[in-house]
Each structure stands twice: as structure tokens, then as C-alpha cells.
Design a protein around this ligand. Structure first.
Ligand SMILES: [Zn+2]
Length: 297
């Protein structure tokens, strides 16, 4: 599997101009590390993420544009290979990290996590050295109308080290609320994550799915799943035009994408911490869900 993906990346970097441009863009990306409290965030200036960061994801705008994940709309040079339960793996032409992949369901249909946790765990188990992420339709997915995951190299993946500090399923003093589940048993993890999503939907009244980002990976025969419940899609600084940032899973995992040079120069660790707190679920609601999860053990 990994060998086939390496070959796909190599082949597509030569044959698909849009991907070649994206890989050059990533190679030129500047990255700056900031220390916040006890953890690091890597701020990454990537101009080619502009359209994803500012994507209009309301229903009307999405309905007007052709879906860029449907097979019939792909670039002629773009190729992928089929994987698991109806998914195809493609190279992401707007990479944030090395080996950035998009894992697309075969049929056009709303981004949703119900009945997909098992597939996500299976994909992660097949991709050693990678993370796999899910962005909810109102939480950073720029194609909310077509079910997909993303994956990428964990060479830079700050949260992997941060979650070592988890106290049970919670990471204390982390400036963002996240549930961490870890273990070798697929069905136990699936049940745990499904229950969390159900409790979040109840607590926030958001149906069919609560606002959510998920990042997970498989290492040493166990999964580590990070589930970020969200309070809102974009921070106020975005709408006020102060900072063009719109955090999704990868940002919450500690690689903070900044498409504009001036934002890259001026954004501070304190601002990032404030944005994390603002877009993840407020403490009181988060603690309420955590208490229910504890008692359901
Ligand atoms: Zn589509």
C-alpha cells in the first residue's frame, strides 16, 4: 500500500502540472515555530492555500460550482487508486504537508462522519507514517458536498507528541478542547467515538452532525484518535478581515496555515491560542460531555 502510494506521488508529480506546482509551493513554504505554554505550534505560510482558507462553503455557493472531487471533474492527468470501502486515493494538489493525499468516496454526497469511523480507522492502519483527518462540512472542508478524508506525512505532526501528556481522554492546558482516544481494539474505539459524536450532537443541538474535526493515526499496533468538538467554523478575526485564517484539522493538530505573508509575519502564539479556544467547544459544554463519557465507561 505505502509502496503504491509512493509510486503514485512520484508518477503524478511528473505527469500532473497542478500537483507539480503545489509541491514546489510547499517546498518554498516558510515555517515558523512558536511556543505556547508547554506546546509548540508551527505556523506555515502557504500562498496556495488561499482558496481553501477563504472557500465559500454555504449551500448556495457550493451548489453553483462544479464539484472538484467528482471523478468526472478531475484534471485529465489526475489519477488515483481505489481503496477499501468505495474510496479512491489521490494526491492533493494544494499540499500543507509532505505526501498530502485526498481520499474520496466514489459517489457525490454530503460530507458526513456517521458510519465512516471504521473506514477512517482502516485507512489509518493501512498508512503507517501518516495521519488521516476528517473535516466536518462546516469545519474547514472546502468540499462539504463530497465525502472525503485527507492524509499526510507525520514527519511534522506536533499533536503526536502533545497527546503523550493526555490525562485520560483530555489534554490539560492545551488552549483547545480535544478528546483523545487510544487503543488497539477497532470496535471499542468506534463505539467510543460514535458515542462522543452523539453526545456532542445532543449537547449542541447540531444535527445530523455536530461541528467536528477528527485526526487519527496508527502506530505500534494501536490507534490514536483526536476528536476536536467545535464551537464555530471561523474566528472573528477572519470575518473582521484582520487575519485570513480558518482552522481545520491540520491547524488544530499544530500546523497553522497562513496564506498571507503579512499574517505570517505578525501572528502571535497568543493569537493562535485565542483562535483555538474560540473555535473549539466552550469549556463548560466540553466538560459536560466529558463527564457523560466518563460515566459511560
Ligand atoms: Zn462530487
Amino acid at each position: 500500500m505505502i509502496g503504491a502510494i509512493d509510486q503514485l506521488l512520484e508518477r503524478q508529480a511528473r505527469s500532473w502540472p497542478r500537483l507539480a506546482k503545489g509541491i514546489r509551493g510547499l517546498a518554498q513554504a516558510q515555517t515558523r515555530r512558536v511556543r505556547i505554554d508547554w506546546f509548540d505550534v508551527f505556523i506555515r505560510h502557504i500562498p496556495h492555500r488561499m482558496s481553501s482558507t477563504t472557500a465559500a462553503v454555504d449551500q448556495e455557493s457550493v451548489a453553483k460550482r462544479p464539484c472538484f472531487l467528482c471523478a468526472s471533474n478531475l484534471d485529465p492527468e489526475e489519477e488515483g487508486f481505489e481503496f477499501g470501502a468505495g474510496f479512491t486515493i489521490y494526491c492533493n494538489p494544494f499540499p500543507i504537508v509532505e505526501h498530502h493525499l485526498t481520499i474520496v468516496y466514489k459517489e457525490h454526497g454530503m460530507q458526513h462522519i456517521a458510519h465512516q469511523i471504521g473506514n477512517m480507522l482502516d485507512i489509518a492502519a493501512s498508512l503507517p507514517g501518516y495521519f488521516v483527518v476528517y473535516n466536518g462540512p462546516e469545519c474547514g472542508a472546502s468540499a462539504p458536498d463530497h465525502m472525503h478524508f485527507q492524509a499526510g506525512s507525520r514527519k511534522l505532526f506536533p499533536i503526536e507528541r502533545d497527546v503523550e501528556r493526555a490525562n485520560g481522554m483530555i489534554v490539560p492546558n492545551y488552549s483547545r478542547n480535544v478528546f483523545v482516544f487510544r487503543g488497539p481494539n477497532r470496535s471499542v474505539l468506534m463505539d467510543r467515538m460514535d458515542l462522543t459524536i452523539e453526545l456532542l450532537a445532543n449537547a449542541t443541538g447540531k444535527r445530523p452532525e455536530p461541528l467536528i474535526n477528527i485526526a487519527l493515526f496508527y502506530e505500534r499496533e494501536e490507534w490514536v484518535a483526536c476528536l476536536f468538538p467545535r464551537g464555530k467554523h471561523r474566528p472573528d478575526v477572519f470575518y473582521r478581515g484582520e487575519l485570513t485564517v480558518s482552522p481545520a484539522s491540520i491547524d488544530l493538530c499544530g500546523i497553522f496555515v497562513v496564506p498571507f505573508e503579512q499574517d505570517f509575519q505578525r501572528i502571535t502564539g497568543d493569537q493562535i491560542a485565542a483562535i483555538f479556544r474560540e473555535v473549539t467547544l466552550p469549556d463548560d459544554v466540553f466538560q459536560g460531555v466529558a463527564a457523560k463519557l466518563e460515566s459511560a465507561r
